[in-house]
Ligand binder design. Structure first.
Ligand code: SF4
Ligand code: SF4
Length: 296
C-alpha cells in the first residue's frame, strides 16, 4: 500500500531514530512511503500556531492535504501531534465548507486547491486498518515474549475523539495494545497512558513537567513495565530526555526505556537494534535488548 509520507520535523530532527525505524518497518510491511508529493510541506503548526492564529495553521494544513490529494495518495504521519493537529483542521474543513473555500483562495496563489478528501492517518492506525494485524504477525520472527510493555498514547492521538474519528473507527481506542499483543509482548496497563506527558509546559513550568514525567514512568514501572511504547516523538523526547532530571527531582532511579512504536515492531521483526537506533536514547535500552536475547 502506498502513502504520501509526512514524517513531520521531530522525526527528521530531534528523534531521527523514529524516522530510521519507520523506514525499516514499513519495508517489511509492504508499505510504500512516497516523499515526493510532500516536498515543501510545512509544519502542522503543532497546536501552538493555532492558539495564536487558527486560520493560518489551518491554511498550512489545507496546503499539505492538497499536496497529498493532488498525488491521489492517502496521507501517512508518524507523530501523534501531527495527527491531532491535522485531524482537528480536517474536521473544521468538513464542518464548514465556506471556511475551506476561503482558505482555498490563499492556496490558489500556489496553484493548489483542497477538495476535502484527505484523512491523515498515523502509522499505528494504518497497521490496524489498512495493513492488518495478521500481516504484522506474519512479519514477527522474534516475538517479544516475556517483555512487559506499557502503552503511552499521550493526548493528541486520543483527544478530541470526535475529530480523531473514534466513532467511525472504534478499533483506534486500543490500537497500541493491539500491536503490543501482536508482537508477542505483554500489555501493562496504567492510568497515565492517555494523559499529557507534560511537554507543553516544559518551558513555563519545568518543575511540574518533570513531576508529570516522574508520575507516568514510575506508575508504569510500579505496574511491572520493562519499557513504555509511544506513537509520539514529542512524548518520547519528554519522557526519555527529561527522565534523568525527573529521577533527580524524585530522588529515586527510574530507568524506564521509552520506545518508539516502529522500534518495538522492528525488534519483533528481527531488525538489528542498531538499524532501529535503539542506542540513541538517553535512557538505555541495553537491559531490554539483553533480556530479549536471553529469552528462550
Ligand atoms: S506538529 Fe510537531 S512534529 Fe509535526 S510537523 Fe509540527 S513540529 Fe513537527
Ligand atoms: S502527551 Fe505530551 S508530547 Fe505527547 S501529545 Fe500530549 S502534550 Fe504532546
Amino acid at each position: 500500500m502506498k502513502y504520501a509520507f509526512y514524517p513531520g520535523c521531530v522525526a527528521r530532527g530531534a528523534a531521527p531514530e523514529l524516522f530510521a525505524s519507520t523506514i525499516e518497518v514499513a519495508r517489511r510491511l509492504g508499505i510504500e512511503l512516497d516523499y515526493e508529493p510532500m516536498r515543501g510541506a510545512s509544519c502542522t503548526g503543532a497546536g501552538v500556531l493555532q492558539e495564536k492564529n487558527q486560520r493560518l495553521g489551518d491554511t498550512l494544513n489545507a496546503r499539505t492535504f492538497a499536496m497529498a490529494e493532488k498525488a491521489g495518495l492517502p496521507l501517512m504521519v508518524i507523530c501523534s501531534t501531527c495527527q491531532g493537529v491535522m485531524s482537528q483542521a480536517s474536521k473544521r474543513f468538513k464542518d464548514d465548507p465556506a471556511y475551506l473555500a476561503e482558505i482555498n483562495k490563499d492556496l490558489a496563489e500556489e496553484g493548489l486547491q483542497y477538495k476535502g478528501t484527505v484523512e491523515p492517518k498515523h502509522l499505528l492506525w494504518a497497521i490496524i486498518e489498512d495493513i492488518g494485524i495478521d500481516k504484522l504477525k506474519a512479519q514477527v520472527v522474534k516475538p517479544l515474549k516475556g517483555m512487559k510493555l506499557a502503552p503511552f498514547y499521550g493526548c493528541y492521538i486520543v483527544r478530541p475523539s470526535a475529530a480523531l474519528g473514534f466513532a467511525e473507527h472504534p478499533e483506534r481506542e486500543d490500537s497500541l495494545e493491539q500491536v503490543i499483543k501482536a508482537v508477542g509482548a505483554e500489555v501493562v496497563d496504567f492510568r497515565g497512558k492517555t494523559l499529557c506527558c507534560g511537554f507543553p509546559i516544559l518551558t513555563i513550568n519545568q518543575n511540574n513537567a518533570l513531576k508529570m514525567v516522574a508520575n507516568h514512568t514510575l506508575e508504569a514501572k510500579g505496574n511491572g513495565a520493562d519499557a513504555m511504547v509511544t506513537p509520539c516523538p514529542l512524548c518520547h523526547l519528554n519522557l526519555d530526555g527529561y527522565q534523568p532530571a525527573a529521577a533527580g527531582l524524585r530522588k529515586q532511579p527510574i530507568d524506564m526505556p521509552i520506545i518508539h512504536l516502529p522500534q518495538m515492531l522492528g525488534m519483533a521483526m528481527g531488525i538489528e537494534p542498531k538499524a532501529l537506533k535503539l542506542n540513541k536514547h538517553l535512557v538505555s535500552t541495553k537491559k531490554l535488548l539483553s533480556d530479549l536475547v536471553l529469552a528462550p
